[in-house]
Write a protein that binds this ligand. Structure first.
Ligand code: ADP
Length: 259
């Protein structure tokens, strides 16, 4: 009977020592999951012990990004065991909790309960958990903020998304809850020519940086719209896993510096 309370104390201390970093966006399709995967890998390469929680109920894409599509986590006494990936970042995903190809029609409380199972998985020695949130400002976000209080949030937007106010709403959600915004990443910023690599700016340049300055949050950098990022992601080989990555490593370094 004496062991149980002691064990609980260890779990609590472990949880406090572990930084939960939320990756959020105002709407879907802006590259939030892509950034979360690359940030997790980048931080792991920078020496952190990182776990990745895929809480995106609308499109849990981390199993594919991290090359463990179709895997299921084991459980010990109802606690989920994160699945190891080739990128040194174990994951738990909403997508692993439902049958493949099954449409996910989560009710709010169900999604919030599932989030708990993922965050409270057997993360062991992980010192950092990257949390890929669903887009927007729904039940999963509220549970995450109220129950798990992330150390900080990284916001992802496209140049147009920022102009369209959605990203500001996501920023506002964290700001109102007193959760620090680590910074803003602009994705699909400019177009990288697949032939010569030159980046052009069909949507103009500097908008997100200006918006970050206006909102008084750090600007962490821009990621160009590059077909190589899409194909690498689909193949389960995020660019951050490559030694020659020059795009995500500086972003991960800034987050590592913040931690
Ligand atoms: P979200 O999580 O915001 O819904 P995803 O990360 O799933 O968005 O990205 C949506 C799609 O866009 C994916 O097919 C992804 O590979 C692609 N994508 C994301 N960022 C880029 C980029 N910078 N260049 C090219 N394709 C990208």
């Amino acid at each position: 009977k004496m062991a149980a309370p002691g064990a609980r104390v260890i779990v609590t201390a472990e949880r406090q020592a572990r930084a939960l970093i939320a990756v959020a966006s105002g709407k879907g399709g802006v590259g939030k999951s892509t950034l979360a995967a690359n940030l997790a890998i980048g931080l792991a390469r920078a020496g952190r012990r990182v776990g990745l929680v895929d809480a995106d109920i609308y499109g849990p894409s981390q199993p594919r990004l991290m090359k463990v599509e179709g895997t299921r986590p084991d459980a010990i006494e109802k606690q989920l065991i994160p699945v190891a990936t080739p990128h040194g970042v174990p994951i738990l995903s909403m997508g692993q909790l439902v049958a493949p190809d099954q449409a996910i029609a989560w009710r709010g409380p169900m999604a919030a309960g599932a989030l708990g199972q993922l965050v409270e998985g057997a993360w062991g020695a992980a010192d950092t958990l990257i949390l890929d949130l669903p887009p927007g400002t729904g039940d999963v976000q509220l549970t995450m903020i109220q129950k798990y209080r992330p150390a900080g949030a990284v916001i992802v937007s496209t140049p147009q998304d920022l102009a369209l106010i959605d990203a500001r709403r996501a920023i506002d959600l964290f700001a109102k809850a007193g959760i620090p915004i680590i910074g803003l990443v602009e994705n699909m910023a400019g177009y990288a020519c697949p032939h010569c690599g030159t980046v052009s700016d069909p949507f103009g340049r500097g908008g997100a940086e200006a918006a970050a300055a206006e909102l008084n949050i750090p600007f962490l950098g821009r990621v160009p719209l590059d077909i190589a990022i899409r194909t690498a992601s689909d193949a389960g080989e995020p660019p951050a896993a490559r030694d020659d990555d020059r795009i995500f490593a500086p972003i991960a370094a800034q987050v590592a510096g913040w931690l």
